[in-house]
Design a protein around this ligand. Structure first.
Ligand code: C2E
Ligand code: CA
Ligand code: CA
Ligand code: CA
Length: 279
C-alpha cells in the first residue's frame, strides 16, 4: 500500500496517501460486488486487414457500468484488480463471456471470427491458467482456434519458464497469442525470442505520432520489420486517420485497429457494424 519514506528511514502516511488507499480499498470491494452482480460487459473492436479492408478479428474490451458511479474505465480498475488478485476472476469472466458470445454468433449463422481477450501477465502466472482456459473452451464449446490471448506486461514477469510452458500448452490447443503494447513498459525484444507468440501489437502512442514525429514513424517501420523477421503478424493500434493507414499500407503492416474504422461497441451493435460490413 501507500508507503512514503521519510527522513531517518521512518515510514509515514500523508493524508493524501490515506485517501488514495481508502479509494483503492473501496474500489476493491466494488469489484467483488461487480463480479457477483454481473456488472461487467464486453465491448468489441474490429481488427482490419490493412491491405483489403476485411474484418479479420475482434478485440474484447471490458466495460464496467457501476450502479452508482457510472462507467469506470479499465485503466482505473484493472490495476486495482491486479494488485488485489481479483484480476484472476475478472479474467475467467472475460474469457468465458467472449467464448459464449463467439458461439452465439456462430449459432446465429455468422462466419466464425477470431476474438482476442486481454490477459495480464499476472493471470498467466497462475499455475492452472491453461487448465482454466481448457475448461472454459469445453464448457462453451468454443473452437479454440478462434480464441486469441493478448498479454500485457504491467510488471516484470516472474516465473518466465512456467509462463512459457503455459503459453505452449495454449498454442498446442490452437489458441493464438499476442504481445500487447509492444515497445512500452516491460514488453521487450527478449520476448520475441522466448515467447511462442503469433501477433505483435504496436502500442498506439507510436502510431498516433507517426505522422507528426519522423522518429515515431521510423520506430513503427522498424517494429513492423522486426515482427515480420520473427514470423509474426503485426497489428497497429489506435489508428484514427486515413493518413496513418496509408503509412501502414506502405510499410506492409498486416492489421490495424482504431476509431478510424470503429470504436469498441457492444455485442448487439457489432452485428450490424461488422457482419453488415462483411457481407
Ligand atoms: P489495450 O489492450 O491496449 O486496448 C486498447 C485501448 O485503446 C482500449 O481502451 C480502446 O478502447 C482504445 N482505443 C482503440 N482504438 C482507439 C483509437 O483509435 N484511439 C484511441 N485514443 N483509443 C483507442 P480501453 O478499452 O479503455 O482499455 C484500456 C486498457 O485496459 C487496455 O489497453 C487493456 O490493457 C486494459 N483492458 C481492457 N479490457 C481488459 C480486460 O478484459 N482484461 C484486462 N486484463 N485488461 C483489460
Ligand atoms: Ca489489448
Ligand atoms: Ca494495446
Ligand atoms: Ca494498453
Amino acid at each position: 500500500y501507500c508507503k512514503v519514506s521519510g527522513r531517518n528511514n521512518k515510514l509515514f502516511y500523508t493524508p493524501d496517501m490515506n485517501d488514495i488507499y481508502n479509494d483503492v480499498l473501496l474500489l476493491e470491494g466494488d469489484i467483488r460486488k461487480a463480479l457477483y452482480h454481473d456488472e461487467f460487459e464486453l465491448f468489441y473492436q474490429p481488427q482490419i486487414n490493412v491491405e483489403n479492408g476485411e474484418v479479420i478479428g475482434l478485440e474484447a474490451l471490458i466495460r464496467w457500468n457501476h450502479p452508482k458511479k457510472g462507467n469506470i474505465p479499465p485503466s482505473k480498475f484493472i490495476p486495482v484488480a491486479e494488485e488485489s488478485g481479483l484480476i484472476n476472476q475478472i479474467g475467467k469472466w472475460v474469457i468465458n463471456e467472449a467464448c459464449m458470445q463467439h458461439v452465439e454468433w456462430v449459432n446465429q449463422g455468422h462466419d466464425p471470427i477470431r476474438i482476442a481477450v486481454n490477459i495480464s501477465a499476472i493471470e498467466l502466472q497462475q499455475f492452472d491458467f491453461a487448465d482454466q482456459v481448457t475448461r472454459i473452451i469445453e464448457e462453451t464449446k468454443m473452437d479454440p482456434t478462434y480464441l486469441e490471448i493478448e498479454i500485457t506486461e504491467n510488471s516484470v514477469m516472474q516465473n518466465t519458464e512456467d509462463c512459457i510452458r503455459t503459453m505452449n500448452t495454449l498454442r498446442d490447443m490452437g489458441v493464438s497469442l499476442s504481445i500487447d503494447d509492444f515497445g512500452t513498459g516491460y514488453s521487450s525484444f527478449g520476448y520475441l525470442r522466448k515467447f511462442p507468440i503469433n501477433y505483435l501489437k504496436i502500442d498506439q502512442s507510436f502510431i498516433r505520432n507517426a505522422l507528426s514525429e519522423p522518429s515515431d514513424a521510423e520506430i513503427v517501420k522498424a517494429m513492423i520489420q522486426l515482427g515480420h523477421t520473427f514470423g509474426l503478424k503485426v497489428v497497429a493500434e489506435g489508428v484514427e486517420e486515413q493518413n496513418i493507414l496509408a503509412l501502414l499500407r506502405e510499410q506492409k503492416c498486416d492489421y490495424y485497429q482504431g476509431y478510424f474504422f470503429s470504436k469498441p461497441v457492444p455485442a448487439c451493435d457489432l452485428e450490424s457494424v461488422v457482419y453488415g460490413k462483411m457481407s
